[in-house]
Design a protein around this ligand. Structure first.
Ligand SMILES: [Fe+2]
Ligand SMILES: [Fe+2]
Length: 381
């Protein structure tokens, strides 16, 4: 059915009166992991058929819905059915080979979508490639025109005429994470090989890069607990990985600087995606995920060491978004540095022993990364 779309000034006025539990929307029934793993079984939410509402920009409010299970007890009893718990916990006991360092609440709540303006031709190339990827991502994940944000500010604007559904979000998350796990591994392995064949140390970059790829894979595994990809998604991911891995490998040999800038821009997109999801959660558009009976995967609780009372879907997205913001800051910083000689400023014990490390949270709160002058000046003091 065709919608008659109201103009944006009216939409912004509308949003002032909208909050979670708004009378615009009737709560959808809780369907649990079983339905999420088989998206065709999910009945179409009435949300998608209601009048258009815009999502305003701004900070996300702290999560308030408490979780119901005890810490570290994947099989703890809850009000959800046993089949729901079992079907959505395939990776519940996965060994965590690279524990997460954790984020404090201040960091979690103060991530903002941002865009670092391209300054060089290489930056511009990186940005344009990311924009092209975003276009195809929107297309493949079935985003409709009325679900698009302002095309003039695609990385910072989170207002849309119509929200995405839980199904659309999960498809988007899984595509995004399956791509995002590639560059860190390519860059880390190439720097590893470079160090070996040139008989030189690496300046501490490899750990951050491999940690990033592991972190992205944990994001992917977490969302796979909620969604079972069909053959089309598997085919697209296979093709995308084949192209992207090889393109990144070749590109990194020629210009690691542009590659890190590209990843910085890709992570800007990730922060944007999760911020928009948080706002749509806040506004009550994603009823399944705000249902008090909804359980996030135990894998996520263990990986992020999420405290009791902070284990809702919103909490999970906050953790994932902070990770993406850190990747954004780290890669923009790497894009600003001399690839051969500069140290990784976020290392706790950087090589050479003369660099004082910058605190890790700066990678989150400095969206455009650290400038080379800052890193080098700290090195000389
Ligand atoms: Fe991710
Ligand atoms: Fe990321």
């Amino acid at each position: 059915m065709a919608h008659r779309l109201p103009d944006r000034s009216k939409l912004r006025l509308l949003t002032k009166g909208v909050s979670a539990g708004s009378s615009f929307f009737t709560p959808a029934p809780f369907v649990g992991y079983a339905a999420l793993r088989h998206p065709r079984a999910i009945s179409t939410s009435k949300t998608s058929e209601k009048p258009a509402i815009a999502i305003p920009t701004g900070h996300v409010s702290p999560p308030v819905v408490p979780a119901t299970r005890a810490a570290g007890t994947p099989s703890a009893s809850t009000s959800t059915s046993t089949s729901d718990v079992v079907e959505g916990q395939a990776f519940a006991h996965l060994t965590l080979t690279w524990p997460h360092e954790g984020w404090n609440e201040n960091v979690l709540l103060n991530v903002v979508p941002s865009h670092r303006e391209p300054r060089t031709f290489g930056d511009w190339i990186a940005w344009k490639i990311v924009r092209t990827c975003r276009f195809w991502m929107d297309l493949v994940t079935g985003m409709r025109p009325e679900q698009q944000v302002d095309s003039k500010n695609p990385t910072t604007a989170v207002a849309a005429i119509k929200p995405l559904t839980e199904h659309q979000w999960l498809v988007r998350f899984i595509f995004l994470e399956s791509i995002a796990g590639v560059p860190g591994m390519v860059a880390g392995s190439l720097r590893h090989l470079h160090s070996i064949r040139r008989f030189k140390p690496d300046q501490g970059w490899i750990k951050s890069l491999l940690e990033e790829s592991y972190n992205e894979r944990m994001h992917l595994l977490t969302f796979l607990e909620m969604y079972k990809p069909g053959w089309f998604m598997r085919l697209v991911v296979l093709g995308a990985q084949g192209v992207f891995y090889n393109a990144m490998f070749i590109s990194y040999l020629f210009s690691p600087k542009i590659c890190h800038r590209f990843v910085g821009y890709l992570e800007e997109e990730a922060v944007h995606t999760y911020t928009r999801c948080l706002l749509e959660l806040d506004h009550g558009f994603l009823k399944k995920w705000t249902d008090p009976k909804f359980r996030i995967p135990d894998l996520a609780v263990r990986y992020w060491n999420m405290p009791e009372g902070h284990r809702t879907m919103k909490d999970l997205i906050l953790y994932v978004r902070a990770d993406e913001a850190s990747h954004r800051g780290v890669n923009h910083t790497f894009g600003n540095l001399d690839q051969a000689s500069d140290p990784n400023p976020f290392m706790e014990s950087p090589g050479g022993g003369i660099v004082k490390a910058f605190p890790k949270h700066l990678s989150v709160t400095r969206p455009a990364g650290l400038e080379r002058e800052e890193v080098i000046s700290k090195e000389t003091h």
